[in-house]
Design a protein around this ligand. Structure first.
Ligand code: 26W
Length: 816
């Protein structure tokens, strides 16, 4: 009897057809003629799955038989995007599947459209995690991605009268064909209660006596490498009520009320928090964090590692990478397991823990740094709080040994803040073997501005790994025309060795290649136009430059600066300063969700829509300027927008955007960047060259100097007449039917506060945009720059990021 994996179906059109029809019949219980589009999509997904499963199971078996170290990526977010095309590409089945479905008379486009993307992340951090696990699989590095299977992902955005309205994202309504649930393998995750000391054969030990618990049910997802036969695992946890749920804890006596309280357990993985830059200190969020991290660590120790594994050797087998501070509660959890459960000495356990964790910081905004009030943490995880106190005590003792009783320093470095909260970034830094930022500038600012005392105390701990993006999804799948052009020019191999794009450089001076490149952009614009027409009834003029700003709505990213440019361009026409007919046609595309509780961000969304309605409908503009804001920007829409873009807007205030990853996707798809010297823009500009990048605005040191001198935004509005007029137009109600009160708060915020120095960078930004207009009129020169952007952006592959993590942090090896 075969006990290994059953072989995959035959990789031929006939084999695919047979398996497809079998799945329709046996898994969906329908015939082809009676099937719905959802049935047909499911059967297709199952068929692709069937080809991957044997490799997956074989890979798991081989990993277990080896003694390799695995990367356990701990992330509260994975913004995966649709899986169908990615899995077809990875398994090399794209053509076979297309042919097989055609033979069955099934429209594959219709099936593609059926798939709902799992939006289990907010933005950059979650999408980065998805790129990283793609690269690890492609590089055959053993990896388990651990996270949360939110029942509701990032909200669906709609607009009502131009205002953002949030709808629940019920992505699981029709189920998901890609997941493998394992309720039988559920873990028990405990909360609350108290701690106690007990006598353990003469040794006094501590233990946790929790008050309540829930079940963590694993759902496995395949993460296939690109055509390398390797499939890793993404394991997302879903919360369930316990069988032995202690009803009395919630409600003594009232049975019905108590059973109802079981839904409490299901709440933990119910919904993704939609704030992506302000830590709110919500208890449920801490529950989510502990829930998935405790389940993941236990899973790796109890399920993945062999039975009775000697945990002093855990660092040889596992590195837990902390994707920001969200999983940092894993540090005291591992200590608790080692000390309380495995009865290891504190020092030995601490040595193991320190080697097993590494921490990536993704922000510089102080309001995004997580802190948990000690009363909340102590109520939910009392033993963990004790362990954190002890870690802090020993750490501060070491600080005193080194620097003497420098109380100011001690206060500044204490994991427990003076106002009684646990500073999670400090805990991660003390515990982690390495701490990294996500772009050169960010890592430098992290060391110099955010954690300088820690950098001094832990020499060599801080490092940089510049972010990257997967070229499989963001070039090959999103831009098949460009991919074909590249392969035609330099052969294949570049998709897994992206530096080879350098070989394209000579083609920048090849007129035929540039023409083909221009045709590729035009085709992508038409494809985007068709998508936006069908999705939102929007139109794009063929001859317009596409100027794109897509990212979360945040004041630091400065969508307002983009808007001031649009209002200025509009004002120049309607005031008669320029002839409409002389203005180069531009379509401005926005995509942005605002955190539901972030009032200013929502007001800016309203203003973008309001400016759009006025500008788009004003006959004096003669259609030269258009503003499009398709709602619900997500990975699926990004894959359409980015390949069509001519101009990429990366205009954050210098020193605020940790890295950015959209900036990389645009450059790789041949858009030119207008950007500040911020995040990874710095590295993009260095690589593509000053001539192929529109730099503007203050540098980070200049920003600091202006703050130090004293920043008075109103002065900038007085100095630049164009800026004054743009602000007047917005503030006077020109975009709100004469009602000045609607957008006055935005204007007064800019005039009086302007934390992100929009007004200070306005003049320089407008000048850069005038240079853009000029440059775009020279088609050959523009396309030359665009080709050079592609050729010189190979560095931004997430494969390179993974190599850097491996060399600088993980020291793992691929499983041959
Ligand atoms: C606790 C609230 C909260 C939630 C999420 C605070 C901060 C976050 C994330 C760290 C925000 C985030 O997504 N940061 C982005 O990470 C990307 C990947 O490294 C970077 O490219 C972006 O510059 C950074 O804003």
């Amino acid at each position: 009897l075969a006990i290994g994996p059953v072989g995959a179906p035959e990789a031929t059109v006939d084999g695919f057809v047979a398996q497809y029809l079998r799945n329709l019949n046996f898994d969906r219980g329908v015939t082809l003629s009676a099937s719905t589009a959802n049935d047909r999509f499911y059967a297709l997904a199952y068929t692709v799955r069937d080809y991957l499963v044997a490799r997956w199971l074989e890979g798991v078996r081989r990993y277990r038989a080896s003694d390799r170290k695995a990367v356990c990526y701990l992330s509260a977010e994975y913004l995966l995007g649709r899986q169908l095309d990615n899995n077809l590409l990875a398994s090399g089945l794209s053509d076979i599947a297309a042919e097989a479905l055609a033979q069955c008379g099934v429209d594959i486009e219709e099936l593609r459209a059926q798939e709902v993307e799992p939006g289990l992340g907010n933005g950059g951090l979650g999408r980065l995690a998805a790129c990283f696990i793609d690269s690890l699989a492609t590089m055959s590095v053993p990896n388990v991605g651990y996270g949360i299977r939110y029942e509701y992902g990032i909200f669906r955005q709609t607009f009502e009268d131009g205002r953002q309205v949030e709808q629940p994202d019920s992505w699981l309504e029709l189920g998901s064909p890609w997941e493998f649930p394992h309720p039988e393998a559920a873990q028990t995750i405990s909360f609350g209660g108290s701690t106690e000391k007990y006598d353990d054969g003469g040794v006094t030990r501590s233990r946790w006596v929790p008050a309540w618990s829930v079940q963590a049910v694993p759902y496995n997802y395949m993460v296939p490498g690109y055509q390398n036969g390797r499939v890793n695992t993404l394991r997302l946890w879903s919360s369930r009520a316990n069988h032995a749920f202690d009803l009395s804890v919630f409600n003594a006596g009232d049975y019905v009320e108590a059973v109802r309280a079981q839904t409490f357990a299901e709440n933990i993985s119910k919904v993704l928090y939609p704030e992506d830059s302000t830590a709110q200190g919500k208890e449920l969020r801490l529950q989510q964090q502990y829930f998935f991290v405790a389940a993941s660590i236990r899973d790796f120790i109890d399920v993945v590692l062999p039975e009775d594994f000697d945990l002093t050797r855990l660092p040889e087998r596992a590195i837990f990478q902390l994707n920001d501070t969200h999983p940092v509660i894993g540090v005291p959890e591992l200590m608790r397991i080692l000390v309380d459960e495995k009865k290891m000495e504190w020092d030995a356990a601490w040595a193991v823990t320190q080697q097993c964790f590494a921490y990536t910081c993704h922000t510089l905004l102080p309001e995004a740094l997580e802190v948990w009030p000690i009363d909340l943490l102590g109520r939910l995880l009392p033993r963990h709080l004790e362990i954190i106190y002890r870690i802090n005590e020993e750490f501060l003792l070491a600080v005193r040994e080194r620097f003497g009783d420098d109380e100011a320093r001690i206060r500044d470095m204490s994991i427990i803040s003076p106002d009684g909260a646990v500073r999670m970034a400090f805990l991660a830094t003390v515990a982690g073997s390495k701490v990294n930022g996500v772009a050169e500038l960010h890592s430098q600012l992290l060391r110099e501005k955010v954690l300088p005392a820690f950098d001094e105390f832990f020499p060599g701990k801080f490092t940089n790994v510049t972010n990257g993006v997967t070229p499989r999804r963001f070039v090959r799948l999103a831009n098949p025309e460009l991919s074909a052009l590249i392969t035609e020019a330099i052969g294949d191999g570049w998709l897994t060795d992206l530096e080879r794009l350098r070989e394209l450089e000579p083609f920048a001076d090849d007129a035929d290649f540039r023409t083909a490149f221009g045709e590729m952009k035009a085709a992508n614009k038409r494809r985007l136009a068709a998508t936006l027409q069908a999705r939102d009834g929007l139109t794009i003029a063929d001859d317009h430059m596409l100027d794109v700003m897509v990212k979360r709505l945040h004041e630091y990213k400065r969508q307002m600066l983009k808007l001031l440019h649009i209002v200025t361009a509009y004002d120049r026409i309607v005031s008669g300063e320029v002839e409409a007919s002389s203005v180069p046609g531009r379509t401005f595309v926005f995509g942005a969700k605002a955190a539901p509780g972030y009032d200013m961000a929502k007001r800016i969304i309203h203003l973008i829509n309001a400016v759009g309605s006025v500008v788009n409908d004003d006959p004096r503009v003669e259609g030269r300027l258009k503003v499009l804001f398709p709602p619900n920007y997500n990975v699926t829409l990004a894959e359409r927008i980015i390949p069509a873009a001519d101009l990429s807007e990366q205009i954050s205030l210098a020193g605020k955007e940790a890295s950015g990853t959209g900036n990389m996707k645009f450059a790789l798809n041949g858009a030119l960047t207008v950007g500040t010297d911020d995040g990874a823009n710095v590295e993009i500009r260095e690589l593509v060259g000053d001539d192929n990048f529109f730099l503007f605005g203050m540098s980070e040191p200049e920003v600091e100097a202006l703050w130090a001198r004293g920043y008075t935004p109103a002065e900038f509005a007085e100095k630049d007449a164009g800026l004054g007029r743009a602000l007047d137009l917005i503030g006077s109600g020109a975009f709100s039917g004469g009602d000045a009160s609607v957008f006055a708060p935005i204007v007064s915020n800019l005039m009086n506060d302007d934390r992100f120095m929009v007004l200070a960078d306005y003049t320089s930004y407008i000048a850069a945009q005038d240079r853009v207009d000029d440059a775009y009129t020279d088609t050959a020169a523009w396309q030359r720059s665009a080709v050079l952007n592609v050729a010189r952006s190979g560095f931004f592959s997430s494969d390179r990021s993974m190599r850097d993590y491996i060399d600088r942090i993980w020291h793992t090896e691929p499983l041959g």
